[in-house]
Design a protein around this ligand. Structure first.
Ligand code: SME
Length: 160
């Protein structure tokens, strides 16, 4: 039985509060988020590295050649360059699109960020046109927010 978004956000919040390893939190987030919506055909996390390259982290779905994406490239890199979430209802209309699968028809990228700092992003592909309605975007944003807490915790200076 898939978790609801409420249950997933609560579970992730508990893991963050319990200082679970970031890699564990990301893996659970991706695995469970993927199952919340039958329209999610590929769900993954790209982490932003200091050299301005996104590196593929945990994912569910078909393997992709796009394990590294430069800032400004594709939907993923454009979201970072423009510092905003991007919902692409039809990937054929996105000039800079990097195809992971010929079956993908729509894509959603939600940044995992706090203030000015972008840590990573959630990337979701769907075989359906316009798969991501407003409620779905809000749901993914809630997951991204709790993951931002996990990154912020990791980055915080150790207590004296
Ligand atoms: N389509 C993405 C590349 C990543 S794959 O979807 C997994 C893009 O245009 O950035």
């Amino acid at each position: 039985m898939p978790m609801s978004i409420d249950e997933l956000v609560e579970r992730l919040g508990c893991l963050v509060a319990g200082h679970a390893p970031l890699s564990t939190i990301l893996e659970i987030a991706v695995r469970e988020l993927h199952q919340t919506n039958p329209r999610f055909d590929w769900t993954g996390i790209y982490e932003l590295f200091p050299d301005n390259v996104l590196r593929l982290g945990p994912f569910v779905g078909a393997p992709t050649d796009h394990t590294f994406i430069g800032v400004g490239d594709g939907v993923c890199g454009t979201a970072v360059a423009q510092r905003r979430n991007i919902n692409v209802p039809d990937v054929r209309d996105f000039d800079n699109y990097l195809a992971c699968s010929a079956d993908t028809r729509s894509e959603l990228v939600v940044l995992i960020s706090t203030g000015e700092t972008i840590f990573a992003q959630i990337d979701i592909d769907s075989h359906c046109i316009a798969a991501f309605d407003e409620q779905t975007v809000r749901d993914v944003e809630r997951v991204a927010a709790v993951l931002a807490d996990a990154y912020a915790y990791r980055e915080a200076p150790a207590p004296p």
